[in-house]
Design a protein around this ligand. Structure first.
Ligand code: HAM
Length: 425
């Protein structure tokens, strides 16, 4: 037997019946982004590996364990120095810096929709190729608690518009880079007495990147973290004031939220506001989306001092959280041509562009040598509203027999009147 191929683990085929739901979510997102003044950016699916390491952080799980590197061309299997993108933020910032957008516009509001790649162990809601809807606002001096709050509100709005009902917004503040340093010192001190109870990974995280301990999924580590008396002591009065204003702005827009001092996010670039939106209907992979402010990333990637904030939502997770919702059915075929004999096929082949150029959705059975019965069966399966039968008699009269599939009525219509007849229907 010839080998059959299966799709790679952690990926999915999206067939037309399901694609309508995807289109629906994407169309709603595009509409909403336009209302909030965002414009689309499309960046490559792969970039230099170092771009991701520099932005997300060398010690982040994504960079350490999940990067899908591209092999160099030809034999040898060495790495090309490029990787499939695990997220969109790094690429958007790279494009911003490369094109000196800070000189061209005072503020850039981008959105993107597309596949991302992480070499994770696949499970429900966790794929190796998944899709994000993301948004980033980048510009000098754009730090504002109102903007942070509006980004959170927009993420929630996108989710509710897509049909998500029960969701929880968790927020936290990491403060300035200085505050973050304080936070890691406070955290390290608080964790020290429990070192032995932590997993081996977390023991090394203590010195390398202590924030990662808060994200560890192991029960023993979570039990330690649960006992930590985390407050907002690490924040400077200015950062605390900023965070208070974000919360106030969220209340003004009636976005319900919970404060989660343990929320640090797995990526290094965040400063000040961070947030995560989850749904209890999702099981262990419960994050529908996440984001936050990242005021130093533009500079870290070679740009000027430029502030930024953004988020990304996982489309597969939105679909899981809204099971039962279906997309809008696309408009079906107006007509299906059944040619009987080669001469009829040739005539019909010429008719197709005339009909389509007039806006009539039409398809054909290419099996002109098959019986009327079997071609009619094929026509029926397509769900076309009308079947255009082109046999020897019709051909001689330069006409087609048009059968209305709902009523069963049949009429002979000359070629010259066909467009008018079908558009009136
Ligand atoms: P993230 O938390 O890594 O953030 O991913 C955002 C969302 O993408 C997650 O909440 C989840 O819904 C979805 N997601 C992530 N990994 C997977 C996976 N393996 N399978 C299925 N869905 C997944 C970021 O990517 C940041 N770039 C967000 C951001 C934008 N921050 C600032 N701007």
């Amino acid at each position: 037997m010839t080998k059959q191929f299966n799709l790679p683990r952690g990926t999915a085929d999206i067939f037309p019946d399901d694609a309508t739901r995807w289109q629906d979510i994407e169309a709603k997102a595009r509409n909403l982004f336009a209302l909030y003044g965002f414009r689309e950016i499309r960046t490559p699916l792969f970039e230099e590996t170092e771009l991701f390491a520099r932005s997300m952080g060398q010690t982040s799980d994504v960079v350490q364990k999940q990067m899908l590197n591209l092999a160099a061309q030809g034999e040898g299997g060495e790495s090309s120095g490029f990787s499939l993108r695990p997220e969109g933020t790094a690429s958007v910032v790279r494009a911003y810096v490369q094109n000196s957008l800070d000189k061209k516009e005072s503020r850039s509001k981008f959105f993107y929709v597309g596949p991302m790649f992480r070499g994770e162990r696949p499970q429900k809601g966790r794929l190796r190729q998944f899709h994000q809807i993301g948004a980033e606002v980048i510009g000098p001096g754009t730090t504002s608690p109102f903007l942070d709050a509006e980004m959170i509100e927009l993420a929630v709005h996108l989710l509710t518009k897509s049909g998500v009902k029960a969701l929880t917004v968790k927020i936290n503040s990491l403060g300035t880079p200085e505050d973050k340093k304080n936070f890691s010192a406070v955290l390290r001190q608080a964790l020290e007495p429990y070192t032995k109870e932590l997993c081996a990974d977390c023991q090394s995280r203590l010195s390398r990147n202590v924030f990662r301990v808060l994200d560890c999924k192991k029960k023993t580590c979570q039990a330690v973290v649960d006992r930590l008396p985390l407050k907002y002591d690490h924040l400077s009065p200015e950062s605390r004031d900023y965070f208070d204003k974000v919360k106030e702005a969220l209340r003004m827009r009636e976005v319900a939220f919970v404060e989660e001092p343990r929320l640090v996010r797995g990526l290094d670039y965040y400063t000040h506001t961070v947030f995560e939106i989850s749904s209890s209907s999702l099981g262990s992979q419960d994050a529908l989306g996440a984001g936050g402010r990242y005021n130093n990333l533009v500079q870290e990637l070679g740009g000027h001092e430029v502030d930024a904030v953004g988020f990304a939502l996982g489309i597969e997770r939105i679909i899981l959280a809204t099971e039962g919702e279906t997309g809008k059915e696309p408009v079906g075929l107006d007509a299906f041509i059944v040619p009987l004999g080669e001469a009829a096929m040739k005539e019909a082949f010429g008719l197709l562009p005339t009909l389509r150029n007039a806006g009539i959705a039409v398809d054909i059975s290419y099996r002109w040598d098959a019986s009327l019965k079997s071609q009619m069966r094929q026509a029926d399966k397509t769900g076309a509203k009308a079947v255009l039968i082109l046999g020897e008699n019709e051909l001689a009269m330069k006409s087609v027999a048009v059968k209305d599939m709902a009523s069963g009525d049949q009429e002979v219509i000359p070629f010259a009147q066909l467009v008018g007849y079908l558009t009136k229907k």
